[in-house]
Design a protein around this ligand. Structure first.
Ligand SMILES: [Zn+2]
Length: 137
């Protein structure tokens, strides 16, 4: 959905029809039906986006958990990507001088353009929030 497009205020944002004379001058929709359709689509798009993000994070977590279980500490990024790992989905990022420290829920790892390394499980995750989990610039 594109919110950038500027449509004249006299046309309905949903169907594009001209808004009938007599409606409030700041009316964006020609009818309640159009207003509801527009908002339902926005809600649906947001739900879809969240579900997609949740699925990607869950898959990343599964992959990282397998590496931890196998005692693997360093992994080629291209190999991970070929397994369906999506590096752009993280729950936190801390920018370091030569690498990024990323978290996927309770698993933390460092990443360069070529590899991830230092994979470890954060202790105390889910307990009272401590400074360990606050993203520092
Ligand atoms: Zn309309």
């Amino acid at each position: 959905m594109d919110y950038e497009v500027e449509i004249s205020s006299s046309h309905c944002l949903e169907c594009g029809d001209e808004i009938a004379y007599g409606k409030r001058s700041d009316s964006k929709f020609c009818s309640d039906r159009c207003k509801n359709r527009y908002h339902n689509r926005a809600v649906s798009a947001m739900r879809h986006f969240r579900e997609k993000s949740d699925r990607a994070l869950e898959k990343n977590h599964r992959i990282l958990e397998e590496l931890l279980e196998e005692g693997v500490n360093t992994m080629d990024l291209s190999l991970l990507l070929s397994q369906g790992f999506q590096a752009e989905y993280v729950t936190s990022v801390i920018r370091g001088r030569s690498s990024l420290t990323m978290s996927c829920y309770d698993i933390q790892y460092r990443m360069t353009g070529q590899k991830i390394f230092g994979i470890r499980r954060l202790r105390g995750f889910g307990e009272k929030r401590t400074n360990n989990y606050i993203c520092k610039k």
